[in-house]
Write a protein that binds this ligand. Structure first.
Ligand code: NDP
Ligand code: MG
Length: 382
């Protein structure tokens, strides 16, 4: 179990749940970072008393410094601030709960300092999976997944040899529009798209769950985390979200991880691993459970999932470009600037337009990410 943590993105959905878990298990918080919500951050800082706080946005950071002038806490800003929070002495685990590619550099910096990474931020592995996994192996830094599916797979594989795995069964609920044809979804509103049937999450990832781009991003992450190829992963639609993913072993045995759909559980395990601690979450009640059903994904109805798997096969900067374009498109959709079905078009269009570079270094990846964002902003601006 780690001794103290830094939370990057403490004001977000995962960040707030991490704080709740840390308070429950008595885990000290050494550093917090946010971007814009400085009132919530101030309340967190006064309660948790971290040694260091970073506010990414420079203006907000200046205001935050004034607001907490009475406290003895160091305040940083920008990328430098995020990196300091991720690498400082006195923290041995970094929870990467920021959204977007901004999580990439601080994660690599933390790996260099051999900190444990409790990985929530999807872009880290989607954009730079090869670089990040290679660096973690070289430095001997642990990457413990926070995303519920990857935590499930990680738990199913605990204590097993790599050669025992036949394939990963990556489950997904199918989101609020499960089974609906693309043509019927033309007029979907942000409100309808964020209303996830089982999970309570931030707005961006909720839209990704509706389009199932989220499952596509998870597919790419799983390849990197567990060192498998696209052919070794099967997406399984499981609307009840009770099984959080499974592994099939070479002898045909299937091992599943089950639990209530609450991100607090995988967050807690990422902090306490290899130990387990009593948690504050509801227990699974098999007698009130109605049923567990499973369906094959219909890729014609799920163009974003199909695109992500195609990009996973293409490799290079394709997943990064797709993910960055999707992120911008989803934010435009949430602001009613873009129709729901245009999200797919924007992501696919960016991969076409920006192109794919194989074997890219970090700077090339970040440039590809920026080119994809620019493409969507310029092509889809109203
Ligand atoms: P939220 O949007 O709720 O929170 C994002 C956090 O990152 C906030 O603290 C925000 O600060 C901060 N942030 C945003 N932009 C920047 C920036 N440019 N620089 C620095 N900090 C920034 O996201 P979620 O908690 O939903 O998700 C976080 C990550 O975890 C994502 O990558 C997501 O895909 C992944 N994830 C989320 C799950 C979930 O259940 N929500 C499940 C699995 C993975 P501020 O609030 O101050 O603006
Ligand atoms: Mg997930």
């Amino acid at each position: 179990m780690v001794k103290s943590i830094s939370i990057l993105g403490c004001t977000g959905s995962i960040g707030r749940q991490t704080i709740a878990v840390a308070e429950h298990i008595g885990m000290p918080v050494a550093a917090l970072t946010a971007n814009s919500r400085i009132d919530m951050l101030e309340e967190q800082v006064r309660r948790l008393k971290p040694k260091f706080v970073a506010v990414y946005d420079e203006k907000a950071a200046a205001q935050f410094k004034t607001n907490i002038a009475d406290l003895d806490v160091k305040v940083g800003s920008g990328m430098e601030g995020l990196i300091e929070a991720a690498t400082m002495d006195g923290t041995d685990c970094v929870v990467t709960a920021v959204s977007g590619a901004v999580g990439l550099r601080p994660t690599l910096a933390a790996i260099d300092e051999k900190k444990r990474i409790a990985l929530a931020n999807k872009e880290t592995l989607v954009c730079a999976g090869e670089i990040v996994m290679k660096r973690a192996e070289e430095k001997g830094a642990e990457i413990i997944p926070v995303d519920s599916e990857h935590s499930a797979i990680f738990q199913c594989l605990m204590g097993r040899e790599k050669g025992e795995l036949r394939r990963i069964l990556l489950t997904g609920s199918g989101g609020p529009f499960r089974g609906r044809p693309v043509a019927e979804l033309e007029d979907v509103t942000p409100q309808q798209a964020v209303a996830h049937p089982n999970w309570s999450m931030g707005a961006k990832i909720s839209v990704d769950s509706a389009t199932m781009m989220n499952k596509g991003l998870e597919f790419i992450e799983a390849m990197h985390l567990f060192g498998v190829t696209p052919d070794d992963i099967q997406v399984v639609i499981h609307p009840q979200s009770i099984i959080h993913s499974m592994v099939e072993l070479i002898d045909g045995t299937v091992i599943a991880q089950l639990g209530v759909p609450d991100m607090g559980l995988p967050i807690q395990l990422a902090l306490t691993y290899p130990e387990r601690k009593p948690s504050m979450f509801e227990r699974l009640d098999f007698f009130s459970m109605k049923d567990m059903t499973f369906e094959a994904p219909d890729y014609k109805k799920l163009p974003c999932l199909k695109l992500a798997i195609d990009c996973a096969r293409t490799g290079g900067t394709a997943p990064c470009v797709m993910s960055a374009a999707n992120e911008v498109a989803v934010h435009m959709f949430l602001k009613n600037q873009l129709g729901y079905n245009r999200i797919y078009e924007a992501a696919a269009g960016a991969v076409e337009h920006v192109g794919v570079i194989q074997g890219a270094d970090l700077d090339t990846i970040i440039a590809a990410d920026e080119a994809a964002r620019r493409y969507v902003r310029e092509s889809y601006a109203k």
